[in-house]
Design a protein around this ligand. Structure first.
Ligand code: AHM
Ligand code: MG
Length: 294
């Protein structure tokens, strides 16, 4: 079954937005060979943008603008939310055009992360319509959830996203993907990591959030980019990274937290907000929440 057929029955505007983004993903997929290296620009977080970051951002924004299907768009690569005044739609979309882009030059998997809202983008994740991500690895896969399961598609050699796995649920598993420097860990997080290590969790961390969470979704365990000495809000972005990926893993029977609260209950105050991230199995998330209470 292809993606379009699978989306039958969903609201037409939401379906079309997902299909348009899936088409842009095919273009992005084809751009890596000729767009290696850095751009000469930095984003609002002070990070130098890769040529692919800038290109993917422009492709996605112009597709969403031209579609007329979306009123609000926020991108990790832009400081401000965009409002398309010409659109009569009330859909809002968040995008991380190319997450993990520091890995492009070493040919590891990177991805596009999307959150979909009815109205205000600065809403808690538990009010979002759905989320999706595209992973550019040996295969290009698209994973989406519109609150009715988590489903994954793979791009075939005819350029069609075909169903690969329906109703994905996160299994129990012993993988941990810990961001930040160990020397900067705060006490509860240090105890959490030591407990996982005592229990025999294996390290699997690539530096690409979307790829690392994808692995956890399929194999179980936990991804974390914790609060750390010098930055108690962690590194990852609430709106562009944490909420959409946390939503998908939660829809697959897992859980997402900032270490204390359900990540999907946090109302973003600004588009650039950072948040500590724990995403994975319910057991692992309960463990860090309890350790933070001690
Ligand atoms: P970005 O590539 O969209 O800027 O995202 C930030 C990346 C995440 O993909 C990843 O989890 C994290 O930053 C890696 O950070 P670090 O290099 O500190 O491990
Ligand atoms: Mg990112």
């Amino acid at each position: 079954m292809n993606l379009e057929t699978h989306l039958a029955g969903q609201a037409e505007d939401v379906k079309q937005v997902i299909l348009r983004i899936s088409d842009v993903a095919k273009t992005i997929r084809g751009g890596f060979a000729t767009r290696q290296g850095a751009s000469d620009a930095s984003n609002v977080y002070g990070e130098q943008q890769a040529a692919m970051d800038v290109w993917a951002d422009e492709l996605l924004i112009s597709e969403l603008r031209d579609s007329g299907l979306v009123r609000y768009v926020a991108s990790e690569e832009r400081p401000d939310m965009l409002t398309f005044q010409d659109s009569t739609s009330d859909l809002g979309v968040t995008i991380d055009p190319l997450d993990g882009s520091s890995l492009i030059g070493v040919n590891l998997a990177v991805g596009t992360i999307v959150g979909i809202y009815r109205g205000n983008l600065l809403s808690p994740g538990n009010e979002m319509l759905g989320a999706m991500y595209i992973l550019y690895g040996p295969l290009t896969t698209l994973t989406y959830s519109l609150r009715e399961g988590v489903h994954e598609f793979a791009l075939n050699d005819r350029g069609v996203f075909c169903l690969q796995e329906e109703n994905i649920t996160i299994p129990e598993g012993k993988i941990y993907a810990p961001g930040a420097l160990r020397r900067d860990y705060l006490p509860a997080h240090r105890a959490f990591i030591e407990k996982l290590e005592e229990e025999g969790y294996k390290l699997r961390y690539s530096g690409s959030f979307v790829a690392d969470v994808h692995q956890i979704l399929h194999k179980g365990g936990v991804f974390t980019y914790p609060p750390f000495a010098g930055n108690e809000r962690g590194k990852l972005r609430l709106l562009f990274e944490a909420i959409p990926m946390g939503f998908i893993v939660s829809q697959a029977g897992g859980s997402a937290s900032d270490g204390r609260r359900d990540l999907l209950s946090i109302k973003p105050e600004e588009v650039t907000q950072r948040v500590p991230v724990y995403i994975g199995g319910k057991r692992e998330i309960e463990l860090i929440v309890n350790m933070n209470k001690e």
